[in-house]
Design a protein around this ligand. Structure first.
Ligand SMILES: Cc1cc2nc3c(=O)[nH]c(=O)nc-3n(C[C@H](O)[C@H](O)[C@H](O)COP(=O)(O)OP(=O)(O)OC[C@H]3O[C@@H](n4cnc5c(N)ncnc54)[C@H](O)[C@@H]3O)c2cc1C
Length: 321
């Protein structure tokens, strides 16, 4: 492999979604010679969608796989080193200017700068056909895919803030929105509950879970079960929006870096710095609000600029040891 193990690098990026690639391009153009570790899902979450319709600059939309392939090609144009490995452990220095150790299996490399862009993974319901229909009627993002269900009937699963926000957003576009809540109450804030209760095209079904996803090549229907009434019902929908949370990919950073109660990396309110000098976080891994490709790419850019400034501040930029 082309990695230099003895050298102290300037910029290691963990993750190859929009945040990681955006960071790599900015870092390469600042001559930080970035190395990007792709992890198990090269290209990240967007490689699971056929249509990326809301990223600026693509008037006809673009397939998620093609988009990420373009990002990779663009990074290669700036000589970003792309390593198809998963980081298994990190040992971080708490000292300004200190050296971080980044392990992949038995091997490790050293760097003064680290950008974490490991993203998050949406929670699935665990039903048959669920994964098959992602992008074919099943979605995790109303802002991304609601548009495709204009004037149609859809369902949202979940009872927290995200689910109610999704239902509210969809109610402005769709004819009818079923909001399926497993418990007999909402976990969401009172304000959101009041908004939902006032909508006459949102039908809230408490005590309800999905037991089957039905369709041949595309989602067509769902079978639901009401545990209070103990009955089954089948409803026809064009879209199912799963809003039962995301798990941030931060297991290897647990106890080493400040995380919030759900495991997302805490960054400064004004930039992408974490509580560890030289370590920055970008994209979904630090984002509890937006979780969009464009915001991930945006924070990737910020992380590279923040790291560049950090390296200047410790006089290590462009230093080869
Ligand atoms: C089905 C679907 C459709 C979507 N559609 C849209 C859309 O239309 N528009 C939109 O704006 N957004 C959409 N999104 C959301 C969008 O994909 C995410 O917001 C975006 O991908 C987040 O980018 P990221 O770079 O932060 O992380 P991710 O894309 O999640 O990438 C994370 C990367 O980190 C790597 N990684 C994780 N752990 C390790 C490790 N230990 N070592 C090395 N690498 C690691 C993974 O392999 C992966 O490459 C969609 C998401 C899904 C799931």
């Amino acid at each position: 492999m082309f990695l230099e193990y003895k050298k102290v690098h300037n910029c290691i990026i963990i993750g190859s979604g929009p945040a990681g690639y955006s960071a790599s391009i900015y870092a390469a153009r600042s001559e930080l010679n970035p190395i990007i570790f792709t992890g198990d899902q090269p290209g990240g979450q967007l490689t699971t969608t056929t249509s990326l319709d809301n990223f600026l600059g693509f008037p006809n939309g673009i397939n998620g796989v093609d988009f990420m392939e373009n990002c990779k090609k663009q990074a290669k144009r700036f000589n970003v080193k792309i390593v198809e490995k998963t980081i298994t452990k990190v040992t971080l220095s708490y000292k300004k200017g200190g050296i971080h150790y980044i392990f992949f299996g038995e091997k490790y490399i050293k760097s003064r700068g680290l950008i974490i862009a490991t993203g998050s993974t949406p929670n699935f319901l665990g039903l048959k056909k669920e994964k098959k229909f992602v992008g074919l009627g099943i979605s995790f993002c109303s802002i991304c895919d609601g548009f495709f269900h204009k004037n149609k009937v859809v369902a949202v699963v979940g009872g927290g803030d995200t689910a109610l926000e999704e239902a509210n957003y969809l109610s402005k576009i769709c004819k009818k929105v079923f909001l399926l809540v497993r418990k007999n109450y909402f976990k969401a804030s009172k304000i959101l509950q009041n908004i939902i209760n006032k909508k006459n095209n949102i039908c809230v079904l408490f005590n309800t879970s999905i037991v089957e996803i039905i369709g041949k090549d595309f989602l067509e229907e769902i079978k639901i079960y009401n545990k209070q009434k103990q009955n089954y019902k089948t409803i026809s929908i064009s879209g199912l929006f799963i809003a039962i949370g995301h798990i941030p990919n931060t297991k290897i950073f647990s106890g080493k870096i400040n995380l919030d109660k759900n495991g997302f990396i805490l960054v400064d309110t004004r930039d992408t710095s974490t509580n560890i000098p030289g370590v920055f976080a970008a994209g979904d891994v630090q984002d509890i609000n937006y979780k969009q490709a464009i915001t991930s790419a945006g924070t990737g850019c910020m992380a590279a600029i923040d790291l560049d400034k950090y390296l200047y501040s410790i006089n290590k930029k462009k230093l080869n040891e």
